[in-house]
Ligand binder design. Structure first.
Ligand code: 5RP
Length: 264
């Protein structure tokens, strides 16, 4: 692996081998998502605690201070919306030149295995890997679950994750599920867990993140369950404790309550 590729990965994945990526890319298909209406304001108090931001070029340029940022994973797929025909019909939205201009540490793209656009999204990933490898930029593949594929089980997610790795992704983002070790064990590159829609209690998030880390995930790419929480700083601090400090789900919950009491 060349120096540039190694250096970019080292900025994203900390020396303990773990990472906390925070996605704020949701607007690229769902518009001004709740609590992300002003992305710059949303991320400001959270930036010190995340290891990287997953973001589109539009929000990066308009809302993130280049003098006070974190490593960037650039979302480079899109072209569809939640009111359109099919979310899976994505293309590559950003050139490799633009990714280099923005000095990003990785580029991220969704794949839609099992959808009508499976082949297209997998060939998009392959093309992006060719571009990324040419310039030492790692690709993170996002195993998106289209609306017709509600099932997030280990069989399906391990299929998607393995295919993404086979096509050259350096990191795979997928959902946590029961028997998550099957997903991690079948994937030869590091796996990070997505969050999904906001759940009812913080403890549920701590439980699945703890379980996933025990089963071999290197970290998370987790958005709404942080910044849609009424106490986002408490939430991200508690997640950091699990990911980087070996806290259990109960310890993380205690930390959440303590930070929350302090008013954050
Ligand atoms: C959308 C994405 C998001 O980055 C991903 O869903 C993570 O965010 P959240 O934790 O809010 O689900 O890739 O396709």
């Amino acid at each position: 692996m060349d120096w540039g590729m190694k250096n970019r990965l080292a900025q994203l994945i900390k020396s303990d081998g773990h990472c906390l990526f925070m996605p704020i890319d949701h607007g690229y298909f769902q518009g001004p998502t709740r609590k992300l209406e002003k992305p710059g304001k949303t991320v400001e108090p959270l930036l010190p605690y995340c290891d990287a931001l997953f973001v589109t070029r539009g929000v990066l340029r308009s809302s993130i201070d280049p003098k006070n940022s974190k490593p960037v994973i650039l979302r480079v797929s899109g072209g569809t919306s939640m009111v359109g025909q099919d979310l899976a019909n994505e293309g590559i939205t950003t050139s490799i030149k633009e990714a280099i201009r923005l000095n990003v540490c990785a580029i991220g793209i969704s794949i839609f295995v099992g959808s009508d656009y499976e082949r297209q999204s997998l060939l998009n990933l392959s093309k992006l890997v060719d571009w990324g490898e040419d310039y030492g930029i790692p690709v993170m593949a996002v195993t998106a679950v289209g609306k017709e594929l509600g099932k997030r089980d280990a069989r399906y997610l391990s299929l998607c994750s393995r295919i993404a790795a086979e096509l050259g992704a350096r990191v795979v983002k997928t959902y946590w599920c029961e028997n998550f070790e099957k997903v991690v064990d079948g994937c030869p590159v590091p796996v990070v867990m997505a969050g999904g829609p906001k759940v009812d209690t913080e403890h549920e998030v701590f439980d699945f993140v703890y379980d996933g880390i025990q089963k071999g995930a290197i970290g998370v790419n987790l958005g709404r369950n942080i910044w849609q929480n009424d106490h986002p700083v408490a939430m991200i601090k508690a997640l950091r404790a699990i990911i980087h400090e070996g806290a259990t789900a109960n310890e993380a919950n205690d930390l959440f309550e303590e930070v929350k009491k302090g008013g954050e």
